[in-house]
Design a protein around this ligand. Structure first.
Ligand SMILES: [Zn+2]
Length: 237
């Protein structure tokens, strides 16, 4: 008999999943003389490679209707930030709401956004809808002289953003989305863990400089062009 030792009663869906898992496991004969090992089921030799991982992700794209290469794995965006963006789309960033789901909050009602103190800190609220984050986005749009309606979810945001929003020089513009998600997360962590409130305007400046730094590092532009970047960024390319 399998004993999974759950800490809380399972709901109907989880129970159904558990029953399926039990059926799958019941056909498996364990060989206690062999060591356990991890296998990647999507390749013939059972060994994981990044190429295989990307292939699986792209093929699952048909279901999700997300063009991952355009939306997340954007040229010049550091992989750490691209992975963070991907995690946010998957609902895996540890905001208060997610911590609550995972029963990691001491007080279940202590799940409010640190900036506005009014709404549950969900991924969509923190990155898109909070008044603090909204000012950051509004300022960035003003900088590029475009208007946009903030979408309802991070998935919708990523889809729109990855398609360039019809903006000229969208190759540059596309870098700003993930850079902003990352900057919001860093500012949020400063608030939650260090009680240090970051001004949204200073965060906007940091985002502009960070993206410019990526472009300089990639030799897309020269550091003396920072003035153009700050005033008419679409002229850089
Ligand atoms: Zn908020």
């Amino acid at each position: 008999m399998w004993d999974f030792g759950f800490l809380r009663p399972l709901d109907e869906y989880e129970n159904a999943q558990l029953q399926m898992l039990k059926v799958l496991l019941s056909s498996i004969q364990l060989d206690l003389s062999k060591e356990d090992k991890i296998q990647w089921v999507h390749s013939v030799d059972k060994v994981y490679t990044v190429v295989d991982g990307v292939k699986v992700m792209i093929s699952s794209n048909i279901e999700n209707d997300i063009d991952w290469i355009n939306v997340v794995w954007i040229k010049f965006v550091p992989s750490k930030i691209a992975i963070f963006h991907w995690l946010a789309i998957q609902g895996g960033v540890l905001v208060m709401e997610v911590l609550g789901y995972r029963q990691c909050l001491r007080d279940i009602t202590d799940d409010k956004c640190g900036w506005c103190l009014s709404y549950v800190e969900s991924i969509d609220h923190l990155f898109l809808h909070c008044s603090w984050s909204f000012k950051v986005w509004a300022s960035l749009f003003y900088w590029w002289n475009v208007s946009w309606i903030i979408p309802s979810s991070i998935l919708e945001f990523s889809h729109d953003w990855g398609n360039g929003l019809g903006i000229n020089a969208s190759k540059l513009w596309k870098l700003i989305g993930p850079a902003t998600l990352w900057a919001i997360w860093i500012a949020r962590n400063e608030l939650v863990f260090n009680r240090s409130y970051k001004c949204w305007a200073a965060t906007v400046d940091r985002i502009k400089l960070k993206v410019f730094q990526w472009l300089v590092n990639a030799k897309v532009c020269e550091s003396y062009q920072v003035y153009i970047w700050k005033n008419q960024p679409w002229l850089i390319m």
